[in-house]
Ligand binder design. Structure first.
Ligand SMILES: *Cc1c(COP(=O)(O)O)cnc(C)c1O
Length: 235
C-alpha cells in the first residue's frame, strides 16, 4: 500500500493534536507527555512508517515481537518500551533492548530484573504496574501494596523505579476511567509526600490508551500508550 505512510502520519498528527489539546486544558506542557506508539497490531514495515511519521517511542506487549522488530528496525532511531506482562525467562533477551519496562507487576519479577540487569551490566528503568480497576484479568500490585513494594524494590541493584503504570477497567466509561486515573495520581502524590527511598522517583505516570488518553492526561499521565488510533484505516 503506497499511501501507508500518509495514513499513519495523518493518524499520528491527529493524536498529537488531541494530546496537545488535553495538555492545554490541564495547564500542562506538551513536552511533559510522551506518546508511546503501541505497534503490536502491525508488522515491522508499518511500524517503521510510524517512526518515519515522527513517533520515536514504541511499545510492544509481547517480548518475542519486541525482539523481532527491534532487530528488523535496528537502523531506526527509536526507543522500545515493554508494556505487557514479562515472563522471567524472557528477561535476558528483553532488557538489553528496552529503555523502559512499564509492566513490573510483582516483586518476583522486580527481583529477577535486578539480578539479570546486574549480570548484564545494565541499569533498567521500570514502572510498577498498579491494578487500579480490580479486573481479575489485569496484572499488577493492588494499590494498598505499592508502598511496601517501593520499599522492597529500592533495595534492588540494577533497577530504578521511576513511576507507576495503570490501565482503566475493561468496562470503564471515560468518566470512570478518569476516576481510576485520579486514584493513581493521588496514590503517587501520597507516596511522594511520605518520602521516597533514594533510588526511586515517581515522576512518570503511564496511563491512558486510545479510548481514554485525554482523561489520563487530565490526571497527570506523562506516558500515554496509544495503539489502535494510530493504525485506523489499516487494520
Ligand atoms: C494494546 C495495549 C495498549 C494500546 O491499546 P489501544 O487501545 O489500542 O490504544 C496500551 N497498553 C497496553 C498494555 C496494551 O497491551
Amino acid at each position: 500500500m503506497n499511501n501507508l505512510i500518509e495514513v499513519v502520519t495523518s493518524n499520528y498528527q491527529k493524536v498529537l493534536a488531541e494530546v496537545a489539546d488535553a495538555t492545554n486544558k490541564a495547564n500542562r506542557q506538551l513536552s511533559d507527555v510522551t506518546v508511546v506508539g503501541v505497534s503490536k497490531y502491525v508488522d515491522a514495515n508499518t511500524t517503521e512508517m510510524l517512526v518515519r511519521a515522527g513517533c520515536h517511542t514504541l511499545g510492544e506487549s509481547r517480548p518475542q515481537t519486541l525482539w523481532d522488530k527491534a532487530g528488523q528496525l535496528s537502523h531506526l532511531h527509536c526507543d522500545w518500551h515493554m508494556i505487557g506482562h514479562l515472563q522471567r525467562n524472557k528477561l535476558r533477551r528483553t532488557l538489553p533492548l528496552v529503555a523502559l519496562v512499564h509492566s513490573i507487576d510483582s516483586l518476583r519479577l522486580a527481583e529477577s530484573i535486578s539480578s539479570t540487569a546486574v549480570e548484564l551490566g545494565l541499569n533498567v528503568s521500570g514502572l510498577l504496574e498498579v491494578n487500579i480497576s480490580g479486573d481479575i484479568s489485569k496484572h499488577g500490585f493492588p494499590p494498598d501494596d505499592v508502598a511496601e513494594a517501593i520499599g522492597a524494590v529500592s533495595q534492588l541493584e540494577g533497577l530504578s523505579v521511576v513511576g507507576l503504570m495503570a490501565m482503566s477497567g475493561l468496562n470503564s466509561s471515560p468518566t470512570e476511567a478518569r476516576r481510576e486515573f485520579a486514584e493513581v495520581r493521588v496514590l503517587r502524590d501520597t507516596l511522594v509526600a511520605g518520602g521516597l527511598p533514594g533510588n526511586v522517583t515517581l515522576a512518570q505516570l503511564s496511563m491512558g490508551m486510545s479510548g481514554d488518553f485525554c482523561e489520563a492526561i487530565a490526571e497527570g499521565a506523562t506516558l500515554v500508550r496509544i495503539g489502535s488510533r494510530l493504525f485506523e484505516g489499516l487494520v
